[in-house]
Design a protein around this ligand. Structure first.
Ligand code: UD1
Length: 393
């Protein structure tokens, strides 16, 4: 059997790694990796391949940055000949980035079976490019690998038949389980001078938060205020760095911001995981960090009006906040003052999702969610999520 995985951006790589390892154990499977090149800086890409023990990609499309249309079109054009030459039985796509949707479209049009890893997540926010990518990638996929029960509900509501849906769990958590001990042993907190003191880790890169100068200023102000109380480590995504520079913030060693607010280059997977595992609080707009903090039991404030990962709010440690200084500071104080809670346990976030995916793809096994009562529990109140989740904090 020939399987080809297509990845392109940072959050894809930790989802691919456990699937690649599980496929490598099968003598009857040939697995090739295509890197679209959507992310190309070493610290956004190559570092992840090394730290996750991923083999070098078999094909590199070198699409780079561009508008959504340009980036998507470049993947369509450059992936088609690779699929025509290789004719895989299944193409696996991961997450919700532009490369995910583009690869699903090329494969589906060539009549190749598509498997979407992390299917069924919905923010119901059509202004997010990721939401468009998710819905379209799911529509094009014959195999939908869902991480949580809410995703099953979403797919059923869109008319997707049950036989396409496989409740396998969360591959992001597979990578976390695989790496956590090594990440802690590297003691990244000590290297960043954070040992023995409660610290906050921040990531912000969504266009809604960082492309509008007023919003970005308000967020930096909030973090500066928060850093009066203790160190705040902010590994800065290239998009955010560019926008901070335009506001004359964060240049040089972090000019224009509080000295306790430390702006650093994007971190590798292991250092980031080690730092998050030891953090008192995480403030983010990333999808993956909402899940990782929930698994680790670390309080998380997500600066967004909605989330496609409601399980992290309902059962986990995640709370949504608007990009407003008063709200962020109040929520952060509450989280920092609170004694640590028991680590939440989320169904099938157990480090074995990739193994289940391989059993579905290679052995035609099924992983159903036969328990309608529990599915009903997941009718998440998404109306007015900001106030609702904030009130619950
Ligand atoms: C992409 C994903 C987003 C994901 C994020 C993780 C889409 C629509 N968005 O957003 O879902 O959460 O990745 O990081 O696919 N750049 C560099 N070096 C790089 C990559 C990007 O400098 O290696 C800069 C470029 O100026 C580029 C900008 O960052 O224009 C944005 O990159 P892009 O891939 O378009 O989207 P992200 O914001 O990274």
């Amino acid at each position: 059997m020939r399987i080809l995985s297509v990845v392109g951006a940072r959050p894809n790589f930790m989802k691919l790694a456990p699937v690649d390892r599980a496929l490598a154990q099968r003598a009857d499977v040939e697995h090739e990796i295509v890197h679209t090149g959507q992310h190309y800086d070493p610290q956004m890409s190559a570092t992840f391949f090394e730290e996750l023990w991923l083999p070098a990609p078999d094909h590199h499309l070198g699409v780079g940055s561009g508008s959504h249309a340009v980036q998507t079109a470049a993947v369509l054009e450059r992936l088609e000949p690779v699929l025509e030459a290789n004719r895989p039985d299944v193409v696996l796509v991961y997450g919700d980035v532009n490369s995910t949707f583009a690869a699903a479209l090329v494969a589906a049009k060539l009549g190749i079976r598509v498997g979407h890893v992390e299917a069924g997540l919905r923010s119901r926010d059509w202004t997010m490019p990721e939401e468009i990518n998710r819905v379209l990638a799911d529509r094009l996929s014959g195999l939908l690998f869902v991480p949580s029960r809410d995703a099953i509900d979403n797919l059923r509501a869109e008319g997707v038949p049950d036989d396409r849906i496989h409740f396998v769990g969360n591959v992001m958590i597979d990578s976390l389980c695989w790496a956590l001990e090594r990440a802690r042993e590297r003691d990244p907190a000590a290297r960043h001078g954070l040992s023995g003191t409660p610290y906050v880790v921040v990531t912000l890169h969504r266009p809604a938060n960082v492309d509008d100068p007023c919003t970005l200023r308000e967020l930096v102000d909030s973090l500066s205020c928060l850093s009066d109380a203790g160190p705040v480590l902010f590994p800065v995504h290239p998009r955010t760095r560019k926008n901070l520079h335009a506001l004359r913030l964060g240049g040089g060693r972090g000019a224009g911001v509080h000295p306790n607010l430390r702006l650093v280059e994007p971190l590798g997977y292991l250092d980031m995981l080690g730092l998050v595992a030891g953090a008192a609080l995480v403030i983010t707009d990333s999808g993956g960090l909402q899940e990782e903090t929930t698994y680790l039991g670390v309080p998380c404030l997500t600066v967004r009006p909605n989330t496609e990962r409601p399980v992290t709010c309902v059962h986990g440690t995640n709370r949504l906040v608007p990009p407003r200084r008063d709200v962020i500071l109040a929520a952060a104080r509450r989280a920092l003052e609170r004694p640590s809670l028991a680590r939440p346990v989320i169904e099938r976030w157990d480090g074995r999702a990739a193994e289940r995916i391989v059993r579905v793809v290679c052995d035609d096994e099924r992983f159903d969610a036969e328990d309608p009562g529990r599915v009903k529990d997941f009718a998440i109140p998404m109306a007015d999520p900001v106030l609702l989740e904030y009130a619950a904090f």
